[in-house]
Structure formats: structure tokens, C-alpha cells
Design a protein around this ligand. Structure first.
Ligand code: HEM
Length: 750
């Protein structure tokens, strides 16, 4: 009898508490389809109609910058500025915001201000960046939604550099804030008790991500990661495992900065440039410091790392553990960092917090003023990662160049800083404001020359569709080619996609998965040459547009053959780029290791399928394309109906009417007429046998059957398989198709 008792038993509430065990505790290998709906519109308080570009463009950027700069040279009591200048800590905040970027999957970076949310806000390496953000909150508050956190963080970094005498290369706004923690990004395999995160023990046990030993030929870091340890932006400042090994540190720096798409020169420019400013803070042993923001007590109001010593700030500050400044003038852009690094021998010492650092052996070396105590002079400091630049031969050569040519150093840092902070913004069309650099010559921006010709109109499009359909290319091949062009896009860093026509350029034209597109592109090129040759004025069609248009024309035919008159949307305006403007190495990162849409799995990944299931890779790709689960499911069903598989692979083509936009894929997938058995030991390939006759009807991969086996995907597949599902499927497929074709069209999207 419940009388007089709390109906909940007084212990737990039923739903939102979210304590373990959750679904993923019970079923750790479940496919987390819900990640597709992460950062959903419902989480965005600005609403879908909010036009950030318009709001941002209305800001007087110069006035805003003056306000930021004015604040940077002030000081508030709750967090006094070092040397009376918040500049250095703001440079670090901006660097850490951008520094999570990694080239392998394009995730991380400054683009969404993810530094505000866990886990990043609580990473040990982001110690006290919570203070930096809170210090600029009044400016954020004043400008409100017209200035995203993501833009403000980068802009404040730029303003900081400028007030310290450094000429920045440019600044562009246009970053859209995220509204929830990034639960979809893999930050590495290590799990540890976040409460013990501050302890040095935690720092040395986080090495599951490395293969081989530092120094071995096969020494490498698990992809897509770009940080050497969990909760660091890049590398341990005390060297691998905190042991002060400078050569080992150089190797880690090279691996991790290369993963950020930085070469040796850019890497040295960034580290040496950044450490011209500010200081490291290490006055209190890490074990005495409070919890990081995510688990700090409520009254800390989102700020963490409570420091019990004295005021807990100013001369008592504890951030990372190392203590001191690199230069005698830490708020002035100069070459003293490199001058002193090379002029003196450095020996290992310990900070008050017990961290390993380096001090000049020569006691006559210049000193640096204390950041707070009037009249006190301190020894200069270097970290093991700084010494690394001196001992590694290649880094050393760059350092020597910069040491002898301060202007070259200044320019290299300026350009590298611009790249670092804008790397994940995608095409120039996304750049806002008067300080963006308009030159189209920064290779990392994947440039596409602007159109100096008139675009095709509706009548031309109709005529072109007819020419394409008359060119003897199959519906399947046209769809395959258009999709192959568009599918490289990733929302993470806005790279890839059909615009630019790079499917016809190296490296993409040479990828095995694109083999099927080569003859199609040749045929489309003929259509293009003929059309452009016939024009009297300056009208032209690009190959990039024709590739997409071919897919649209083919789909209209496929839909008509299924009994639906459907106009597949087509928006012209894609431009062709050149081989010279295509950084082959950087585009190689876009090469798919798996692409379930085209039923492709790199053999290397088949071999490790027990660790990373193909359907997980497929989900990852769907997430990078920003697909919802209904869009994902519809796209796959349509592509299978079109036989848009790589290289003649027949898996998943559950239809006898190839090239007709039917929902056959779903009716077969959900049918009880079949026995599904695996045809290899590993469960990579399957046979669909007729239960009555025992005969094989179709074959499939995991990228097919997951839509019938996974409960959430099946729920959607059932909708498309229903007797009323065909029409809905065609509609949803065309919508999803257009979405994918338009993902990179920042020239026409708001
Ligand atoms: C400070 C490490 C690269 C800019 C620091 C601190 C550490 C550190 C441990 C002290 C934090 C504190 O206790 O307050 C590293 C490592 C790097 C690296 C290991 C890579 C190998 C960079 C880069 C930049 C940069 C690329 C910018 C371009 C700064 C600045 C400070 C700083 C401006 C001073 C912050 C302040 O005065 O509050 N760095 N850093 N660092 N870092 Fe780096």
C-alpha cells in the first residue's frame, strides 16, 4: 500500500535524470542514430529564421574592436589582469578555441564556440579560459545575438594581438554558435574519473591513442585525433608523459600540428609567436585545485578550478602548473622568445606547483617583471615544448630563419594565425565583415575562382537536361556521379562538395570509388563544350553544374518511370576550379574509407570491422552531411533503386526495376519472406533467401541491412515500405537529394 509514501519511493524521478544505466550502458555497441538530431533546431533559442549574417553585418566592427581593446587594458577585481593587460590570456583562449580542429574529419575548431560546453570547457588544458570568457561577457551581452560567442572569441584574440603591436592578417565573422555539448565528436579512447582529472597521475596514464613508442618508425596517433592526450589541445607542455624529453616532444608536436593541417613553418610560427606573449601560471599544486566547470559546485556559476590560495588569482594564479614568462616584455610583439631560446642554455627546474620547466643556466640572462608584484623580477621560463623547437633539426632551421628575419616571422605568424582561426569556416562566401581577406589565393580555403560569365537560365537548363539524357549515359551512372561529387562535403569544416568540380581533378578523379564517374565526366564534358561553344554572348555552364544537373535529370526520369511527375530542384551557379588551386594532400583527407551510400568499404576498414563497424562509419558520414534519420533512410533507398553502388557492386539492389525510383528497397528490407544469413565469417556480407524456395534473391552488406535491423532506422524504413509509403518516399528522397546537392552552396544560402 502506497499510502503516505512518495509515489516515486522518494528516490528517483522517472525520466530526465539520465543516470546510468542508460541505453548505451546496457547496449554499448548500439548505433547512436539519435546523434543525427544533435543540435536540433529546437535547441536554438534564436529560432530558424534568425539571420546571423544580417545581424553581424549591421555591427560597426571598428567600434566593437575599440571597445574590446579598451577592456583588454583594464583590470577587474575578481580576476585582475596580468601586467594590466588581458591580451595574452585572450590570445590563449582564441588559440584553444581554434586548436581543437583536426583535418581528418574536420571536427573541432573555433566555428561553434564549443569551448563553452563540456567536455571542452572542462579540459585541463582549458584551465581558466572560463575566466577569459566571463570577462568578455559584458561585451557579448551588449551586442547580443548579433555577435556570436564563436566570433567574439576569435575577434578578441585578434584585438589582443593588435594592442600588443602585432599586425593581424584579417578577421572574418560568420561563425554560428552551438547550443549544446558536442556529444557526437570522438575525443579519444581514454575514460577517467573527471574528478581526478587535475592530478598528475591522470596526465600520464592517458596514452591509449598512440601506436608504437615515441621515436619508433611506426609511431602514430589514432585518427581522427589531433591531441596527444585526452583533455589537451595538443601536447603535454612537459613533454610526453611529463618527462621533459624535448626530442620526444618535438615528435608529438609534429604529429599533432600536422593533424591540424599545419606544416613545420606554420607550427614554429604559431608556437614561437604565441609564446611571445603572456605567462604560464603554476603557483599551487594541481591536486589542491577545485573541480572543472562542468562539475563545479552550483554557486561557482559555471566557473571551475577553484584556487584556495589567497585571492585565488593574480600572483596566486594556478592554471597549468608551469610558472613564468618566456620574454622580458610579455605584452609586446618582439623576437625575444627566439632570441633568448637560442642565446641561452636551459636547465630543468620545477615550478612552485611542481611542474617540470626550464630556466636559463646563465644567471645573468634577462629577467622578466612579475605580472602583479611591483618591482619583483623573475627568471625567464621555457616549456619542454619550447625547447623542442630548438632541438629538432627541422624546427630549428625554421627558428633560425625567423631569428634572422623578424619580418618573415611576423608575416608567417600572421598568416598562420588567420588560418588557425578561420580554418573551419569553409568557402569565402561564409566570411563576413570588412576585415575579411578577399584574396582567393589561400590554398587552405579550397579556392574556386569567381564566375566571370552569365549563368544558364531555365530554358538552357531544360535544353541541357535533354542533351545529357541523349548522351548515352545511364540513369544509374548519372546519379552515381552527381552523388559522388556532392558526398565529400562535411559540415564540420564546410569542405568538399560538388562546387568547384573537383570530382574531375586529382586526387578525387583517381580514387577507386570514383572510377565509375570517369566516363560520365568525359561525356558531360562534351555536353559542356558543345553548349559553351554554341554561345554567342558570355553565357557558360560549368562542369560542376552539369555533374549535378545530370543527376537531377536522371532522377526526374526515374521518378516518371515510377509514375511520379517530379521536378528535382536544380540551382545553377557552381563554378569550376583548377588543379593548381587544389591542395592534393589536404583533399586526400576527404577520401572516404567507407561510404554506405555507394556501398563501399575500404578493405583496410573491413579488416578492423570488429572495432569500428561499417554502419558506424556510415552514421558518421550521415552526420557530417547533417542528414536527419528520415533523410538518411530515404537517400539510401533511392540510391539503391538507382543502383548507385561503386564499381558494379550488387549488394542492396533489392529490385528488378533498376533505375526506377521505387520503394522496393524498403519492401524487401521489411518483408518476412526472406531468410537473412551471413555469407562470410565476419558478417560483412549477407544473402537474402526466399523462405519458400530457399533460393537466393538478393545480397546485402551491413550498410543495407542496418536499415532493417536497427530499431530506429527500421521505424523509418517501415514508413517508406507502407502501402502509402511510395509517394512519401519519392518526396522525401528528392528533398534529401537536393539538400545534399546544396550543402556547399554558401553562395546562395543565408
Ligand atoms: C600559455 C602550452 C602553443 C599562445 C601557455 C601555457 C601553456 C601552454 C602550458 C600556460 C597556461 C597557463 O598556465 O596560464 C602550449 C603548448 C603549445 C602551445 C604545449 C604547443 C606545443 C601555443 C600557440 C599559441 C599559444 C600555438 C598561439 C598562437 C599562448 C599564450 C599564452 C600561452 C598567449 C599565455 C596565456 C596567458 O598569459 O595567460 N601555453 N602552448 N600557445 N600560450 Fe601556449
Amino acid at each position: 500500500k502506497m499510502e503516505g509514501k512518495c509515489p516515486f519511493g522518494g528516490d528517483r524521478i522517472g525520466g530526465v535524470e539520465g543516470d546510468s544505466p542508460t541505453l548505451s550502458d546496457w547496449y554499448p555497441n548500439r548505433l547512436r542514430v539519435e546523434l543525427l538530431h544533435h543540435n536540433a533546431a529546437g535547441a536554438n533559442p534564436l529560432g530558424e529564421d534568425f539571420d546571423y549574417a544580417e545581424a553581424f553585418n549591421a555591427i560597426d566592427l571598428e567600434a566593437l574592436k575599440q571597445e574590446i581593446k579598451g577592456f583588454l587594458t583594464s583590470s577587474v577585481d575578481w580576476w585582475p589582469s596580468d601586467y594590466g593587460n588581458y591580451g595574452p590570456q585572450m590570445v590563449r583562449m582564441a588559440w584553444h578555441s581554434a586548436g581543437t580542429y583536426r583535418i581528418a574529419d574536420g571536427r573541432g575548431g573555433a566555428g561553434e564556440a564549443l569551448q563553452r560546453f563540456a567536455p571542452i570547457n572542462s579540459w585541463w588544458d582549458n584551465g581558466n579560459t572560463d575566466k577569459s570568457r566571463r570577462l568578455i561577457w559584458p561585451i557579448k551581452q551588449k551586442y547580443g545575438s548579433a555577435l556570436s560567442w564563436a566570433d567574439l572569441i576569435v575577434l578578441t584574440g585578434n584585438c589582443a594581438l593588435e594592442i600588443m603591436g602585432f599586425p593581424t592578417y584579417g578577421f572574418a565573422g560568420g561563425r554560428h554558435d552551438a547550443w549544446e555539448a558536442d556529444n557526437a565528436t570522438y575525443w579519444g579512447p581514454e575514460v577517467w574519473d573527471a574528478k581526478k582529472e587535475n592530478t598528475p597521475d591522470a596526465m600520464v596514464t592517458r596514452d591509449k591513442r598512440w601506436r608504437g613508442q615515441n621515436g619508433d618508425a611506426d609511431y602514430d596517433l589514432e585518427n581522427p585525433l589531433a591531441a596527444s592526450f585526452q583533455s589537451l589541445i595538443y601536447v603535454n607542455p612537459e613533454g610526453p608523459y611529463g618527462k621533459g624529453d624535448a626530442m620526444g616532444s618535438a615528435r608529438d608536436i609534429r604529429v599533432t600540428f600536422t593533424r591540424m593541417a599545419m606544416n613545420d613553418e606554420e607550427t614554429v610560427a604559431l608556437i614561437a609567436g604565441g609564446h611571445a606573449f603572456g605567462k604560464s601560471h603554476g603557483m599551487v599544486p594541481a591536486a589542491e585545485i577545485g573541480m572543472p566547470p562542468e562539475i563545479a559546485p552550483m554557486e561557482a556559476m559555471g566557473m571551475g578550478w577553484h584556487n584556495p590560495k589567497g585571492s585565488g588569482n593574480a600572483e596566486n594564479t594556478m592554471t597549468n602548473g608551469i610558472e613564468g614568462s618566456w620574454t622580458p616584455n610579455p605584452t609586446q610583439w618582439d623576437n625575444d622568445y627566439l632570441i633568448n631560446l637560442f642565446k641561452f642554455e636551459w636547465e630543468q627546474t620545477k615550478s612552485p606547483a611542481g611542474a617540470l620547466q626550464w630556466t636559463p643556466v646563465d644567471k645573468n640572462a634577462p629577467k622578466t617583471p612579475d605580472a602583479h608584484i611591483e618591482g619583483q623580477m623573475n627568471d625567464l621560463m621555457m616549456m619542454t615544448t619550447d625547447i623542442a623547437l630548438k632541438v629538432d633539426p627541422e624546427y630549428r632551421a625554421v627558428c633560425e630563419k625567423f631569428l634572422n628575419d623578424f619580418d618573415a616571422f611576423t608575416q608567417a605568424f600572421s598568416k598562420a594565425w588567420y588560418k588557425l582561426t578561420h580554418r573551419d569556416m569553409g568557402p569565402l562566401e561564409r566570411y563576413l565583415g570588412p576585415e575579411k581577406v578577399n584574396q582567393n589565393d589561400l590554398l587552405w580555403q579550397d579556392p574556386i575562382p569567381v564566375a566571370d560569365y552569365t549563368l544558364v537560365d531555365a530554358a538552357d537548363i531544360t535544353a541541357l537536361k535533354e542533351s545529357i539524357m541523349a548522351a548515352g549515359i545511364s540513369v544509374s551512372d548519372l546519379v552515381y556521379t552527381a552523388f559522388s561529387a556532392a558526398v565529400t562535403h562535411r559540415n564540420s569544416d564546410k569542405r568538399g562538395g560538388a562546387n568547384g568540380g573537383r570530382l574531375a581533378l586529382a586526387p578525387q578523379k583517381d580514387w577507386a570509388i570514383n572510377r565509375r564517374t570517369v566516363p560520365v565526366i568525359a561525356a558531360l564534358r562534351s555536353v559542356m563544350d558543345k553548349f559553351n561553344g554554341e554561345q554567342k554572348g558570355d553565357k557558360k555552364v560549368s562542369l560542376a553544374d552539369l555533374i549535378v544537373l545530370g543527376g537531377c535529370a536522371a532522377l526526374e526520369k526515374a521518378a516518371a518511370d515510377a509514375g511520379f511527375t517530379t521536378a528535382v530542384p536544380f540551382t545553377p551557379g557552381r563554378r569550376d576550379t583548377t588543379q593548381e588551386l587544389t591542395d592534393i594532400e589536404m583533399f586526400t583527407w576527404l577520401k572516404p574509407v567507407a561510404d554506405g551510400f555507394r556501398n563501399y568499404l575500404d578493405p583496410k576498414f573491413e579488416a578492423i570491422a570488429q572495432d569500428v563497424a561499417p554502419e558506424e562509419l556510415f552514421l558518421d558520414k550521415a552526420q557530417l552531411l547533417t542528414l536527419t534519420s528520415p533523410e538518411w533512410v530515404a537517400l539510401v533507398g533511392g540510391l539503391r533503386a538507382m543502383n548507385a553502388n561503386h564499381d558494379g557492386c550488387q549488394h542492396g539492389i533489392f529490385t528488378d526495376r533498376v533505375g526506377v525510383l521505387t520503394n522496393d528497397f524498403f519492401t524487401v528490407l521489411t518483408s518476412t519472406d526472406f531468410d537473412w544469413t551471413k555469407t562470410d565469417g565476419k558478417g560483412m556480407a549477407f544473402s537474402l533467401d526466399d523462405r519458400k524456395t530457399g533460393k537466393q534473391r538478393f545480397t546485402a552488406t551491413r550498410a543495407d541491412l542496418v536499415f532493417g535491423s536497427n530499431s530506429q532506422l527500421r521505424a523509418v524504413a517501415e514508413v517508406y515500405a507502407g502501402n502509402d509509403g511510395q509517394k512519401r518516399f519519392v518526396k522525401q528522397f528528392v528533398k534529401a537529394w537536393d539538400k545534399v546537392m546544396m550543402l556547399d552552396r554558401y553562395d546562395v544560402k543565408v
